[in-house]
Design a protein around this ligand. Sequence first.
Ligand code: GDP
Length: 322
Amino acid sequence: MHPLAAPLLTGSRRALAQAITLAESTRPEHEAQAQVLLSEVLPHAGRSMRIGLSGVPGVGKSTFIEALGVWLADGADGSGGHRVAVLAVDPSSARTGGSIMGDKTRMPALTVHPRAFIRPSPSGGTLGGVTRRTREAITLCEAAGYDIILVETVGVGQSETQVAAMTDLFVLLTLPNAGDELQGIKRGIMELADLCVVNKADLDPAAANRAQMELGSALHLLTPRGAVWQPRAVQASALSGAGVQAVWNAVQEYRQVIGARLEARRQAQTALWFDALLREAVWRSFVSGQDAGRLQATRRAVLAGELTPVQGIEKVMLAGMS
Ligand code: GDP
């Protein structure tokens, strides 16, 4: 057994923090140790609700997570108190050296809550690196007994797709100015949403009502016929905590409607993830065995139009086998 396994399984936050640090390390001996630890605790993972959350900067993600997180950790839903873990996916943290998300000071009450655990985005270099480490952090948090995992991501680029692919339910936070918002929100992101939350409803209740209706119809149009769950829009004011109950009711309803299909969703996610890792591993091992100069020459030939891309690949594959 890895020495961190036992304390982790008894719920030690210190062991959890150390385990995540180990899993984030890029040193080969740490990577190997982390994989041993992960495989040991894997049978104890999986018993949580994994919720992805996204929205443009300033929409109120951290305020909302703080409100929902404290509400759940306090047991305001009658649960006796959930254990809430907050993880972040922010590929920009690697580039800028500082994270715009996951900063603990953004959630002061949740940070000091004894039933909560907050971890900033790993600086994984690439989105793939950050994604892998966040997936592993989910497993470790679950093994440590956290039953609500909130995975936050900033609403730009590819990270939403990655977060939706590792969570059970994907929540998109929006602002009350729905007309503008609907144009600003990329259709692709709307399609990922199981739930839209119109935040800052207190600023303009009439606009929030309109936004809720417009988003509701847009979600309806985007939902394929025969889908088990109809994504919906609700309102909230993260600042006052209004609407947190409504959001949680929707999450509970989702869980009921999805029921046993949740396991199938997770299996499909793991299968896609395995395939992605396989592609990456095969690619890396193939390219590392190649003559870099020859590869470049073929690429140049394709760019010059001397070979079609398919012919270029055939040439590279032939060379790789010789
Ligand atoms: P994030 O960048 O998405 O994490 O957004 P923040 O949570 O940092 O919120 C951005 C700003 O909006 C902060 O000044 C918050 O106090 C404010 N804010 C967040 N939620 C609400 C809300 O429901 N109503 C109002 N009026 N302001 C809010």
